[in-house]
Design a protein around this ligand. Structure first.
Ligand code: FRU
Length: 503
């Protein structure tokens, strides 16, 4: 009876969250949110979870605490979309309402079961008392099954516990299962884990039905090279290669890679089909901007591999303002491809349908000058730029683009062709208390022809460099009235500009 009572009162927790978000979320005006990036219904959001296609719609869940704009006891929020740009809020999907997940329903993923139901797999966090009286978190994996809106946690949860770990692996850091269905009929999942050396590793598990799981292999090992614990892994085939994405904690910079302490890592290689281990070939950051972490992908029905991420980072968090009722956004969903051992990202092509009011300029010369162009402004825009020297023989020294600009504020992108470095600087973006304002990215392509696609959505900028070979993302809290755009050059540069409004 005790258990029954507890169950009833625990499901009240989800009901409470649903009631709260329904009341509070409605009060947030649409224009006070990003126009086409996901923001939480109300309160706090971190990692994308359960990014998947299910029964005709894209589903996205997210790490969620509705009651405050700071991280706390994790729920799962839920949105759905037909085009990955216009999202509809659904009621919160999970609350930390069971004994085994009372500290939080941490990150995880989703897939469709053979019988058509939707399976969520997530990290359940509980606590255990140590001999010396202190408590520590224990992480296991749990599942819930539902119809795309309401989910029931499995009676036999958790489905993967400390006994399923390889020797020496920590039960404190065992999280973020990413599930997929393989051609051999099995479900597989990759999970982040901390081995005895204190860094990170990715474990691979397999299940015939999604409920009973077995250990397959240690797919990849950090061996203290790239940060410590590897969070939020994802693993898939793309362009004839295997791609492992993960978000390592505590990274150290190498050249211009890995400058955010919580970084993003992409390892491309080949998986040995006998040992289920990844043979690494190339390694890179996923995003070179300020705010990007915990990326997750889905396979769209048309075969595209699409990635989304938390457009924030634990090390660069700056709150918008104290009275904002929501905090954090997802990135734009991006189509992935692999070329020459590198991961390319382009904005999902669905964005093209939102483009309107095209404005185009060609061969505009900026010779030691600052210019603006008629009709080139705005905070919800998609803008393509090509920057070249005016004369091939005479490289310009510096080119700068300023946006989200008025008398007081601006964010700047600046390129120096002699160094091939593109820098973003949001020092003057109006962000309160932010400690990090700049990131630099070493451009791989031809410095004499830099191609940028700049996407602004009220509170963010994403810059796709040279057809998506590199990307820089950052959030901006600049007042919306600051919508000016200007171009400047030291030396003589020549630019082409195409701009569309998106709203
Ligand atoms: C990554 C992360 C995950 C964890 C979740 C908790 O940002 O730390 O590893 O599951 O956030 O909210």
């Amino acid at each position: 009876n005790d258990t029954n009572n507890r169950r009833i009162c625990m499901s009240e927790m989800l009901e409470k969250a649903r009631k709260y978000e329904d009341e509070q979320g409605k009060q947030i005006k649409a224009e006070d949110r990003p126009a086409f990036h996901v923001s939480p219904y109300v309160g706090w959001m971190n990692d994308p979870n359960g990014f998947s296609y299910y029964q005709g719609e894209y589903h996205l869940f997210y790490q969620y605490y509705p009651y405050d704009t700071h991280w706390n006891s994790m729920h799962w929020g839920h949105v759905v979309s037909k085009d990955l740009l216009h999202w509809k809020y659904l009621p919160a999907a999970l609350a930390p309402d069971e004994d085994y997940d009372k500290i939080g329903c941490f990150s995880g993923s989703a897939t469709e079961l053979g019988d058509g139901r939707q399976l969520l797999i997530y990290t359940a966090v509980d606590q255990e008392k140590m001999e010396d009286g202190t408590v520590r978190d224990i992480q296991t994996q749990a599942v819930a099954v539902g119809d795309g809106k309401d989910y029931k946690k499995y009676e036999k949860n958790p489905v993967l516990t400390a006994k399923d770990l390889p020797e020496g692996a920590s039960k404190v850091d065992f999280r973020d299962p990413k599930i997929w269905k393989e051609k051999d009929g099995y479900f597989y999942c990759v999970i982040g884990s901390r081995p005895a050396d204190g860094s990170g590793q990715i474990l691979l598990y397999r299940s015939a039905d999604g409920f009973e799981w077995e250990f397959v292999s240690v797919l990849a090992e950090n061996k203290k090279r790239y940060g410590k614990m590897w969070e939020c892994p994802d693993f898939f085939e793309l362009g004839g290669k295997h791609v492992l994405l993960t978000s390592p904690q505590d990274m150290l910079p190498e050249g211009l890679e890995f400058h955010n302490g919580n970084g993003t890592l992409c390892i491309i290689g080949e998986m040995d089909p006998e040992t289920y281990t990844l043979k690494e070939e190339t390694v890179q950051s996923v995003d070179y901007g300020i705010d990007y972490y915990a990326m997750q992908t889905l396979l769209a029905p048309d075969g595209r591999r699409i990635m989304i991420a938390w457009m924030q980072n634990w090390d660069t968090i700056a709150h918008r303002c104290s009275d904002s009722k929501w905090f954090a956004q997802m990135s734009l969903p991006r189509e992935l491809s692999v070329k020459n051992g590198r991961l390319y990202q382009t904005p999902i092509r669905e964005l093209d349908a939102m483009r309107k009011d095209r404005v185009e300029y060609n061969d505009i010369v900026i010779d030691n000058d600052v210019i603006t162009l008629d009709k080139i402004e705005g905070r919800t825009i998609d803008m393509e730029l090509v920057i070249r020297p005016k004369d091939k023989e005479n490289a310009y020294k510096k080119f700068a683009l300023r946006f989200a600009q008025n008398q007081r504020f601006h964010t700047e992108l600046c390129f120096r062709p002699d160094e091939s470095v593109l820098k973003i600087d949001r020092k003057f973006s109006g962000t309160e208390r932010a400690l990090v304002h700049q990131r630099r990215c070493l451009i791989h392509g031809d410095a004499n022809e830099l191609k940028l696609r700049v996407i602004l959505d009220r509170f963010s900028v994403e810059i796709f460099i040279n057809d998506g070979e590199q990307v820089m993302s950052a959030v901006l809290f600049t007042e919306q009235e600051a919508k000016g755009i200007s171009f400047s050059a030291e030396g003589a540069a020549k630019i082409d500009v195409v701009k569309y409004d998106l709203v």
